[in-house]
Design a protein around this ligand. Sequence first.
Ligand SMILES: *Cc1c(COP(=O)(O)O)cnc(C)c1O
Length: 375
Amino acid sequence: MTALDQNTAGATLTVDLGALAANWRRLGADASPATAGAVVKANAYGLGLGPVAQALASAGCRHFFVADLDEGLELRRALADAEIYVLHGLPPGSEGEYAARRLIPIISTPEQIAAFAAFARRGEGAPMAVGVQFDTGMNRLGLDHTHAPSLAAELRPFVLKLVMSHLACAELPEHPMNVLQRRRFDAARAHLAPAPASLANSAGIYLGPEYGYDLVRPGIALCGVDPLARTPNPFAEVAALFGKILQIRDVDRGETVGYGASHSLLRKARIATVAIGYADGFLRALSGQSNRPTSGHGYIGEFKVPVVGRISMDLITLDVTDAPAALAHPGASVQFFGGRQPLDQFAAAAGTIPYEILTRLGSRVHRAYRNAATP
Ligand SMILES: *Cc1c(COP(=O)(O)O)cnc(C)c1O
């Protein structure tokens, strides 16, 4: 792993921007004739907002979704021309910021409509661009779909750039919620002036062409995770996590490892201490305990190395007895996801989903970018 030697960080996430761009193109082809945007909230799912957004823009992506205003401002600094939709809408008092930075709020309450309309009336110049989100059954965020008839008049002061909703069960194709939400979405849209529409996240793209509308909003599939867990995974691998071995010690049978002495060694073992911990997003649920099957593991080359003992804040310990000393030595890298252990399997071992693993990766984890398009 010569590339990893270039930095002094204990943990490194490699991000293949060429694979990311290829995934975006595939999603666009699969969603066609709908256009593919990109959801880059939460620091682009932990991969790094600036490099990810730039790679997608180079590939031709024009429509980006972030969660909140701060993310929108950061993305605007990276991309001067993109259409940036802010899913959480419009906090009171932030109207001027949206206008100045050309951010498009996705409005989800009547109060936001009123506040933005009042702001628009005070200002001069071009009418403000907005999107609206209808809640069609998830009961999480959005205007009530049954209130659509009264909204057309209230939205008249704006340029309506997007009407959207979000699916609760897109990764369950047979679930009746999908059809119900699509019907409610269509009924609500019918009351508004014609505007581009968007319903599908990554999984929603594969529910059928009637879910594509004008714009699709993939996030996790861009990162190489198939929300439908198909075999083989149709998406290219984007993210891989590595940790560096700080120290190796030989420990006698019967000794314990780590906090709480929760792990007793059943044999004489070589224990490698790696510079990654729960502060870096290596979840404590991956801890190993001698009296239950170990949940977390990594790979050194082709050798599987299980977590032993509790995950600590900055360190983990692995049993590397079965890996040759030529590979398992201080300074060597251990791979945790990517390659032999796909991200969804690593997440399952931690009792969670790939989304949570990626977005929990801490700021101490060095992000190393590969295969950026040459301008
Ligand atoms: C996060 C999010 C998405 C992307 O979902 P994926 O499952 O990652 O593709 C799309 N739309 C909305 C409203 C979201 O919050």
